[in-house]
Design a protein around this ligand. Structure first.
Ligand SMILES: Cc1cc2nc3c(=O)[nH]c(=O)nc-3n(C[C@H](O)[C@H](O)[C@H](O)COP(=O)(O)O)c2cc1C
Length: 390
């Protein structure tokens, strides 16, 4: 079997016991489940109701990204909102225009939420419910929910090609398909009724309940809320106290845990980014990046971690309130008393502060002094602590 498909099957089967698929399929809702840790963020489960509504077969959907259901008139702003919610690992309810396999468009209420691993707070899956919005879908006076229009076949037929090639979806989809649909008048937005909103929220609750129930026996218990792990359980209380004395903005991440989550965040980091401590602990630092963050910088960070080297980069980061700041970021491995890498430390300096040289020392020296202080704290607290990070 293709290695991507193996990963997809494993993604579902390692989290949920046998019988989970059947139990999910008994739910009367249209929904999909995706795995953000697999390249391309693919769908790993699609309910029968969803397949019926979208008219795709299971094979055509599993392994693909949910964007294959979008088309020329899907609102780009709504798509950006979904992307942002995924990046911030939060729930979102939004009206969205999607297209069936035969190219017919339909409005639906898209309700998405993350599924957390109870143990380490990591997002293991996303669930999205797609509730069709009924009663007010109009296309040039024609109900979009009506089927079999030859007109639509011509106008939206090209959307069908999107299921064949992701690259086609990614390259110039909007431009090329928009020209096919000139003159069409699809409403920019379509508000769902309160009943539809309630239905989506209750479906999410039911799906999460099935997932939680079927994760109990696999030892990978999942839940719908980020289980905020108190700092003391992430780093030892003595290390927590030592790190608390360092006044700069920095985080420690744990390379031995899946997805390298933050296990310590300094007060200055929380002040700089606007997040509360329980909103950052357990998460990978990628939530600080956004649409305008340079991907080659992210690649440089990835490579330095893979090669266990320190690196300094200039990166555009986002605060909780979505404002951006230029971050002079220094990342370095931190070894414990036995010489093994226990953590990575990331020290942030907002570049505006850098130019003012407010702190006397130049920024690079301040970063190195912070790393030095972290190293001393880690080494001294790991002596006699059983080298738990080996
Ligand atoms: C669980 C889940 C299901 C999704 N289902 C759909 C869907 O049915 N229709 C859709 O248009 N987008 C769907 N998406 C959103 C896209 O996969 C994608 O995240 C979105 O287009 C924004 O990312 P992009 O800018 O990379 O395309 C889904 C996302 C998740 C996490």
């Amino acid at each position: 079997m293709d290695s991507h498909l193996v990963l997809i099957e494993k993604s579902f089967d390692t989290c949920y016991s046998i019988g989970a698929r059947e139990a999910l399929d008994e739910l009367p809702e249209c929904f999909t489940i995706t795995d953000p840790s697999i390249s391309g963020h693919p769908i790993v489960f699609a309910s029968s109701c969803f397949l019926k509504m979208s008219r795709y077969s299971e094979d055509e959907v599993i392994g693909r990204n949910g964007r294959i259901f979008q088309g020329p008139k899907t609102n780009r702003r709504s798509v950006m909102e979904i992307r942002e919610a995924i990046r911030e690992e939060r729930a979102l309810q939004i009206s969205l225009l999607n297209y069936r396999k035969d190219g017919t468009p339909f409005w639906m209420l898209f309700h998405m939420c993350p599924v957390f691993c109870k143990e380490d707070g990591r997002v293991v899956h996303f669930v999205a419910v797609q509730v069709p919005i009924l009663g007010r879908q109009r296309l040039n006076g024609t109900s979009l929910s009506e089927e079999g229009s030859g007109f639509r076949e011509i106008v939206f037929g090209s959307c069908r090609r999107e299921v064949c090639s992701d690259s086609l979806v990614d390259t110039g989809r909007v431009l090329s398909l928009d020209s096919d649909t000139r003159g069409l008048n699809i409403a920019e937005t379509c508000e769902a009724s309160e009943a539809e909103k309630r239905r989506a929220a209750s479906a999410i609750k039911n799906i999460l309940s099935v997932l939680t129930q079927h994760s109990e026996s696999t030892g990978k218990l999942v839940c719908g809320k980020r289980c905020s792990l108190p700092g003391a359980t992430l780093v030892s209380s003595s290390l927590n106290i030592s790190l608390g004395r360092i006044k700069q903005s920095f985080v420690l991440t744990e390379p031995h845990l899946p997805d390298m989550p933050i296990v310590y965040a300094s007060d200055a980091f929380l002040e700089l980014t606007g997040y509360a401590r329980n909103e950052v602990l357990g998460r990978n630092c990628r939530f600080l990046s956004g649409v305008e963050t340079n991907s080659s910088v992210l690649q440089k960070i990835k490579e330095s971690i893979q090669t266990e080297q320190a690196c300094t980069v200039r990166i555009l980061n986002y605060r909780k309130n979505k404002s951006t700041f230029r971050n002079l970021l220094h990342i370095s491995p931190v070894r414990n008393a036995t010489g093994k890498i226990a953590y990575y430390v990331g020290v942030q300096i907002e570049e505006e502060y850098k130019s003012q040289e407010r702190h006397g020392l130049n920024p690079e020296k301040r970063q190195l002094s912070c790393v030095g202080a972290v190293r001393i704290a880690v080494r001294s607290t790991s002596i006699g602590a059983g080298s738990s990070k080996s």
